[in-house]
Design a protein around this ligand. Structure first.
Ligand code: RIB
Ligand code: CA
Length: 323
């Protein structure tokens, strides 16, 4: 059983990733740590609690940083709907919020489970940087970090920076310094934008996915509208879901296109948050990141349908959508 901790700013695409992990038979989500990003910390925290209640899952939420180390913004505005989960009416239990902070929960859990914990970091990485500052030796005992963020050849919030890393560039810089000791996989915009979930995919999910399929469909509508408004996509990019699916099965990205490289992060000026990835090893610096630059988008989406809705739905997806 894989033991994972989420570090997240739910967030519609975060919700898809978290629900996928909760549905996977070989994964135990030990806890959900929250951070400000898509929305402020109060929203991202109650949104995480809503997802636990929705999935009737046995874990708690650990509230994290409300401000980034290097603050550039309050949140991502309305991309994820007014409440961060597309406005879908969900309830939660106050008891699902622990009194332990996200940083202390990460450190305590890694100490108790050395070399077993995998962190799925799908928001700004402020909590991870604070944990490293507090106890780097413990953080070196993390089994792996899968982080959605960055981009070798593009940005989304600026021409060169991706939102999570732009939102806290200093924390991103400090996280990747750990990458020499801990395997860090960066699922960036280069491949998330090569795996658009189309409106047809979403309609299929609504028609075959039962109550959960309908809820996930309703949840993602504001996100789809934003992608049509800003990118003229007839669908959307569920960034965090690709990070989770890659963490589950790395073969969604061809091995020969996963680059073990040196990465630097800009923390100043117009390039703040930019990830500079030396995939040609020109700097001969220590390698601190694995960056996949190709993705099998059909395999990714098929895996999502299989894990969340079952083999029968996945078979229908292959037969009636992909073929
Ligand atoms: O740039 C995409 C990332 O920023 C995703 O994690 C999304 O949820 C937002 O946090
Ligand atoms: Ca996110």
């Amino acid at each position: 059983m894989r033991k994972i901790i989420f570090d997240t700013d739910p967030g519609i695409d975060d919700a898809y990733a978290i629900i996928t992990a909760m549905k996977h038979p070989d994964i135990k989500v030990l806890g959900i740590c929250t951070v400000a990003g898509n929305k402020g910390i109060e929203f991202t925290t109650t949104n995480a609690q809503k997802l636990i209640k929705l999935m009737n899952y046995d874990c708690q939420v650990y509230k994290g940083a409300k401000d980034s180390l290097l603050k550039v913004a309050d949140d991502a505005g309305a991309t994820h709907g007014i409440d961060g989960l597309g406005g879908v009416p969900l309830v939660y239990d106050k008891s699902s919020l622990s009194s332990i902070s996200a940083v202390d929960y990460i450190l305590n859990t890694v100490k108790e489970n050395p070399n077993e914990i995998e962190i799925i970091a799908i928001g700004p990485v402020t909590n991870i940087a604070l944990a490293i500052r507090k106890d780097k030796e413990t953080m070196k005992k993390i089994k792996a970090i899968y982080t959605m963020g960055g981009g070798v050849y593009r940005g989304n919030i600026t021409p060169v920076a991706e939102f999570n890393y732009w939102y806290d560039a200093q924390a991103t810089k400090e996280m990747f310094e750990l990458g020499v000791d801990v395997p860090i996989h960066m699922i960036g915009l280069d491949i998330t934008h090569k795996s658009i979930v189309t409106n047809n995919d979403l309609e299929f999910m609504k028609m075959t996915g039962g109550e959960l399929g309908q809820l996930l469909y309703d949840m993602i509508l504001p996100y789809v509208e934003a992608y049509w408004k800003f990118s003229k996509y007839t669908g959307c990019v569920i960034h965090d879901l690709l990070c989770m699916i890659y963490a589950i099965d790395q073969t969604v990205c061809p091995k020969e296109a996963i680059y073990h490289s040196h990465l630097e992060v800009s923390t100043t000026g117009i390039t703040i948050g930019q990830t500079v990835v030396d995939i040609v090893d020109s700097w001969k610096q220590p390698k601190n990141v694995y960056v996949p630059l190709k993705v099998d988008e059909n395999k990714y989406k098929e895996l999502f349908f299989k894990i969340v809705f079952g083999e029968e739905v996945a078979e229908m997806y292959r037969k009636y959508v992909l073929s």
